[in-house]
Design a protein around this ligand. Structure first.
Ligand SMILES: O=C(O)CCC(=O)C(=O)O
Length: 293
């Protein structure tokens, strides 16, 4: 069976059927990867049946995988595969099978790290009969839609991203006892030039971005509030309703996501994620980055 691609929205996201990720040749993988980059960093691969080891092997094709020892989510990694972070409301014999309500805020995974991820590969093992969708936002188009003067203002600005920012909202229980200063943080360019596509994307998110470096607090709050509202406009978003066996790959360098927590009491949801290391984010005026695009 040959791959069949179908756009998810006119500009953002593509779904593919007729692919088995467990046995892809290098050229087949590169075709999928190119489709992912072309679709602004969102690819849904339907009908997969992957063991945890196969998931890890596929995730590794996107780059070196994070393991989470010492991280706030370490307790939720797969017992046999430290590369798999589990998101779930399922509890077996009193043991949570993953982090409950993870990612219920707009974010780009681990943007508070000096070298944040590129591809997150999330696999749906169990889903509720309804609910538990995930929202994605296209940060290339959010940036491109800004007027030239606002783009110029943002170019060269830097923002601090910190896990402590999320701790104020949803990370509370996992970070209890840790001081804000002990949590990871990193300064990142507000406009990020993508290392593969060479295109520019907004790189701030409500979950982890605490403030702009170059402005005072009031300007920072106003600019970030505007950017967050702008980048989550429905025109830049896609909402994924999961089927079991979906493998969704998003590019944290140009995509934000939000896991909708609306299925309490409706059913179980069990998701496995691998996360590939990207590169240190570069701003649009950094030299030597990107393709000729
Ligand atoms: O469960 C989801 O749909 C996404 C969870 C999430 O935000 C993440 O894995 O980063």
């Amino acid at each position: 069976m040959s791959p069949h691609y179908q756009k998810l929205t006119p500009h953002f996201g593509v779904a593919v059927r007729g692919v088995s990720t467990a046995g892809l040749s290098e050229s087949e993988f590169q075709a999928l990867r190119a489709a992912w980059i072309r679709a602004n960093g969102l690819l849904v691969i339907k009908d997969q049946a992957l063991s945890p080891a196969e998931h890890v092997a596929f995730g590794r094709r996107f780059g070196m995988l994070y393991t989470y020892s010492g991280h706030a989510v370490a307790q939720y990694v797969h017992p046999d595969h430290p590369e798999i972070y589990r998101v779930s409301n399922k509890v077996v014999d009193g043991v949570p099978q993953g982090r409950k309500d993870a990612g219920t805020y707009w974010h780009s995974d681990q943007s508070y790290q000096e070298v944040p991820p590129s591809a997150s590969v999330l696999y749906a093992r169990e889903i509720p009969p309804v609910g538990g969708d995930t929202l994605f936002a296209d940060m290339y188009r959010a940036y491109a839609a800004l007027s030239a003067p606002v783009q110029r203002m943002l170019d060269g600005l830097t923002a601090v991203h910190s896990l402590a920012n999320a701790a104020r909202t949803s990370y509370g229980r996992d970070l209890a006892g840790k001081t804000a200063g002990s949590l990871e943080s990193a300064a990142q360019p507000v406009v990020r030039r993508h290392a593969e596509s060479g295109r520019d994307a907004l790189f701030v998110n409500p979950g982890f971005t605490s403030h702009l470096v170059e402005t005072g607090p009031e300007e920072s709050a106003a600019i970030l509030q505007f950017l967050h509202r702008h980048s989550t406009s429905p025109e830049f978003c896609y909402r994924h309703a999961w089927d079991i066996g979906d493998l969704v790959i998003w590019d944290n360098r140009a995509v934000m996501h939000y896991a909708i927590s609306d299925y309490e009491g409706v059913g179980t949801r069990l998701m496995h994620r691998t996360t590939a290391m990207g590169e240190k984010p570069l701003g649009r005026s950094d030299r030597g980055v990107g393709a000729t695009h």
